[in-house]
Design a protein around this ligand. Structure first.
Ligand SMILES: [Zn+2]
Ligand SMILES: [Zn+2]
Length: 255
């Protein structure tokens, strides 16, 4: 028993804790690098934490930091529930040492379905950054097979997304270069939603969900703010009339 539990340093965004973790927790906290992270592990029992370090205080303290959490049980996507959102807080200066979110599937056997855009006024703790999936929840017709060329899909005005079938979709950057293949939706060490992809060289990479402009037959990256108005020229930024084929200012063909 005791051989399975060892004291590890678990990093957060504003410090770290030293805690006894199980093998399973250690696996969860390992995001591929040499460090272990608190965020994917979630809430630890305070009595498992022997020390904590606050970056703001620049000091190590004995014992556990304050752990605050809530259970919003908020549906962030079909069959994906935000079960718990919590923070490790410095007892001295109240800075956040680490944050975490725990998600669960409503129906364990089911797939994660369409992502729902989060409402901006959801009562989140102000210091927590809520991932805003910029996807529309138009369900895809079931009978439609996934054989469409990327070009056709990218220009479609409304995007349909289904997180469950995101795997295997080609991922293009804002310059229409294919950068990899979508693997799954995940959570990074800062608890933000990310798209995990297999990059062209075969290694794994992750893309912040907010950088995803469109999820369709292919996944298109880009800055949503920049691409927002339909007639906006990607070359010079001129706002053309909706439906214009070419930019009035510089002649660049518009999408
Ligand atoms: Zn502090
Ligand atoms: Zn232009």
């Amino acid at each position: 028993m005791s051989s399975e539990i060892r004291i590890k340093k678990l990093r957060g965004s504003g410090g770290y804790v030293m805690a006894r973790v199980t093998d399973e927790q250690q696996m969860k906290g390992n995001l591929g690098g040499p460090d272990l992270f608190l965020a994917p592990i979630g809430r630890l029992d305070a009595d498992k934490i022997s020390k904590h370090f606050c970056n703001t205080c620049e000091k190590e303290f004995d014992g556990a930091p304050k752990i605050e959490f809530e259970n919003p049980n908020e549906e962030v996507a079909e069959n994906l529930i935000l079960a718990e959102r919590g923070q490790y807080i410095c007892n001295t200066c109240e800075s956040s040492i680490a944050e975490y979110r725990e998600f669960k599937k409503q129906d364990e056997a089911g797939d994660v379905g369409n992502a729902k855009p989060l409402e901006p006024q959801t009562e989140v703790a102000p210091q927590v950054e809520t991932p805003q999936p910029i996807v529309e929840s138009t369900p895809q017709p079931v009978e439609e097979p996934e054989i469409q060329s990327p070009q056709e899909t990218v220009t479609q005005p409304s995007s349909a997304t289904s997180v469950s079938s995101i795997e295997g979709r080609a991922v293009y950057d804002e310059n229409a270069n294919k950068i990899g293949i979508a693997k799954q939706v995940g959570i990074d060490s800062t608890q933000s939603m990310v798209l995990v992809i297999t990059q062209n060289d075969g290694t794994e990479g992750s893309i912040p969900w907010k950088n995803i402009k469109k999820v369709g037959e292919v996944i298109l990256l880009g800055n949503p703010e920049e691409s927002a108005p339909p007639g906006k020229c990607s070359n010079c930024g001129f706002s053309n009339k909706e439906g214009s084929k070419f930019c009035e200012e510089c002649g660049t063909p518009l999408q």
